[in-house]
Design a protein around this ligand. Structure first.
Ligand code: SAH
Ligand code: SF4
Length: 348
């Protein structure tokens, strides 16, 4: 083990603030060093958020998108994708099913789809909150302050808005027409409005360096978010980045472990993108700092068309199978399924 690595790890174990250099050294861990990093992240996870794993049921209710992100299969220029929208009644039915299975949180995700006005979504959210004893997380991208405010008032508890990369040039190159500054401004709005906020980044994006990833972790720490989704870049054949290599599992797990060290109380999912790299990687992520799984609750006819990236885990599964698989993963990692909502612990 390198001396600098051992020293940085010790500082992390003592709960001291890690410098940019420390993060760089830790992120550059070799196989043996990684094992120590993962062990520490697992210990910190156990100490701060315990053995519970929260199962948040994900409903991908529309794959229409006005955005054109270079990495994403839902981008508007992908004309080969069959588009779908679930009706509010179908979404409620899926949410009932997810709650019936045991999900205490429903995550509503979609492309940037203005068809669902804030009023329509607010009505849906308030009905869901009336009918079911669940927390609601939204992951529907960029909206206005007034829309976020209306959705919060209607009962939404959390919002996921990833910064994707901390490099402003890379951000604008990959998300045409948008800037990192605006994205961060929206994340600040969501906090002001009282949402529990989740963010996160993609690991292994073309054009991303080790320094960028260090910047990603520093940004995450600076934002003090309550959740962070960290997953690998998966190249999509129907996107301009189809020929680039995917992010590696090792780099994702190292980034996840560092996220746990800098945000000890955060909720960190073992993401679907991570599971796409290797079926067993969800269980591995649970041992590198993760404490959340988001089983897919999207009904089968639509699931295959929510092709953010190809080869997504659980494509042919019914919601019941996806939920049961998540429970098995939790148990195989020696952990237990949380019974509470798993609201934010706060890192501010
Ligand atoms: N439209 C919303 C939410 C849906 S996209 C938004 O963009 O915020 C949800 C997440 O999918 C994004 O935050 C991004 O991190 C991830 N994603 C998209 N394409 C990806 C790819 N090719 N590889 C890995 N993650 C990807
Ligand atoms: Fe649309 Fe989100 Fe995909 Fe970008 S990442 S194309 S905004 S669904």
């Amino acid at each position: 083990m390198r001396k600098a690595f051992a020293e940085a790890l010790e500082r992390a174990a003592d709960g001291r603030e890690l410098s940019r250099e420390d993060l760089q050294v830790l992120l550059g861990a070799d196989e043996q060093e990684s094992a120590s990093l993962f062990e520490l992240a697992d210990e910190v996870r156990s100490r701060f958020v315990g053995e519970d794993v929260h199962l948040r049921g994900l409903i991908e209710f529309s794959n229409y998108c006005a955005g054109n992100c270079l990495y994403c299969g839902l981008r508007k220029n992908n004309r080969r994708l069959v588009r779908y929208r679930m009706s509010p009644a179908e979404i409620r039915e899926s949410a009932r099913r997810a709650a019936g299975l045991g999900c205490r949180t429903i995550v509503l995700q979609s492309g940037e789809d203005g068809f669902y006005t804030a009023e329509v979504l607010a009505d849906l959210i308030s009905r869901l909150k009336e009918e079911l004893d669940v927390a609601i997380t939204l992951s529907i991208g960029d909206r206005t302050w007034a829309e976020y405010a209306l959705l919060k008032e209607a009962g939404a508890d959390r919002y996921l808005l990833k910064y994707e990369t901390s490099d402003p040039c890379l951000f604008s190159a990959l998300r045409p027409g948008t800037t990192l500054e605006e994205r961060l401004k929206r994340i600040a709005w969501l906090k002001e409005l009282g949402y529990q906020v989740g963010s996160g980044n993609i690991v292994g994006l073309p054009g991303q360096s080790l320094e960028t990833l260090v910047g990603d972790i520093l940004l995450l720490r600076g934002m003090g978010v309550e959740m962070a989704g960290i997953g690998p870049f998966i190249p999509g054949d129907r996107t301009p980045l189809g020929r680039f290599p995917p992010g590696t599992l090792e780099q994702v797990l190292k980034t996840l472990a560092l996220a746990r060290l800098v945000l000890p109380r955060a909720h960190l999912p073992a993401t679907t993108a991570t599971a796409t790299l290797d079926a067993r990687s969800r269980a591995r992520a649970l041992k590198c700092g993760a404490n959340v799984i988001m089983p897919n609750m999207t009904p089968l006819p639509y699931r295959g068309d929510y092709r953010i990236y190809p080869g997504k885990d659980g494509l042919g599964e019914m919601p019941e199978e996806s939920y049961a698989k998540a429970v098995r993963t939790v148990k195989s990692a020696g952990r237990r399924v949380a019974r509470d909502f798993g609201h934010g612990y706060g890192n501010l």
